[in-house]
Design a protein around this ligand. Sequence first.
Ligand SMILES: NC(=O)c1ccc[n+]([C@@H]2O[C@H](COP(=O)([O-])OP(=O)(O)OC[C@H]3O[C@@H](n4cnc5c(N)ncnc54)[C@H](OP(=O)(O)O)[C@@H]3O)[C@@H](O)[C@H]2O)c1
Length: 295
Amino acid sequence: MRVLITGAAGQVGTALTQGAPDWAEVIALGSHQLDVSDEAAVSTTLSRLKPRLVINAAAYTAVDRAEAEEQRAGEINGLALGYLGAAAARIGAPVFHISTDYVFSGYATEPYVEIAQPGPRSAYGRGKLAGELQLARSCREHVILRTSWVFSAHGSNFVKTMLRLGRERPELRVVADQLGGPTPADSIAAALWQLAQCWRQGEGSEFQWGIYHFSGSPISSWHGFASEIFSQAYARGILSTVPEVLAITTAEFPTPAERPAYSVLDCTKLKDTFAIEQPDWRTGLSRVLDEIKGA
Ligand SMILES: NC(=O)c1ccc[n+]([C@@H]2O[C@H](COP(=O)([O-])OP(=O)(O)OC[C@H]3O[C@@H](n4cnc5c(N)ncnc54)[C@H](OP(=O)(O)O)[C@@H]3O)[C@@H](O)[C@H]2O)c1
């Protein structure tokens, strides 16, 4: 079955390509091969390739830069989903898309369920929410998988940044009052392929389209995440010392984009509907560090 992956060179795009099942004939297009914000290119590419399924891993992910480039971020994270949805609907292909915990305000005190009221606090979050709405409007057969704090051995992410800073500095200050679920990119890819497999097996019967939450457990702060990264990296000999990690507040580390203080996703719906469990991010971190060490 032909599956088109857009944004294929990113963290999740790479993991999707690497983890593709045998039944999938993957066509992986990076940003230079298909710009998802180019409506005509999206339309032509989908009608030419005629995939049976589209997985969109393309996104504008520079959360802070998006504050100054909201229009461009909105074209890629928002409008493009309308283009992809419409083009996919024309050829009868479902679209699997990835969204974010940043569609929420972060003012909650309990994990966010899928039907919780969104309230993005950043340009990135607003663009991603617009993309969810664009996709839902343009293509009935869609899955939106909201995830959080993505990391892998590939590309830029918090793990890579901490390893670099851990080599450079004996002491680091890391935010401890934002809570969320770090999520390995390979676990997101595995969940998407499992969903694709469920859809494929059940073709003809009613698939439960819609929004699902998927993030790693247990809940952590960035400080807790950093501490685990240093401990595991030291144990593997990736770092020769463990830097001291000082807990600071968000107010002590101002950034252009406001981030949700509490962005914990309730992942029960995905488990109840498709038996897809939350991954333990600490195990995912071990895999990533092993990969970094072996590279
Ligand atoms: N990273 C996180 O912590 C996080 C958290 C929650 C949700 N998510 C969501 O998870 C999904 C995957 O994110 P990721 O971490 O894999 O991001 P990533 O590593 O930044 O990859 C995004 C990819 O999209 C490509 N892209 C950018 N603009 C494009 C365009 N106009 N057309 C086609 N491709 C384009 C980028 O290519 P270039 O590099 O060539 O521009 C990049 O390869 C995204 O939907 C993101 O919003 C991520």
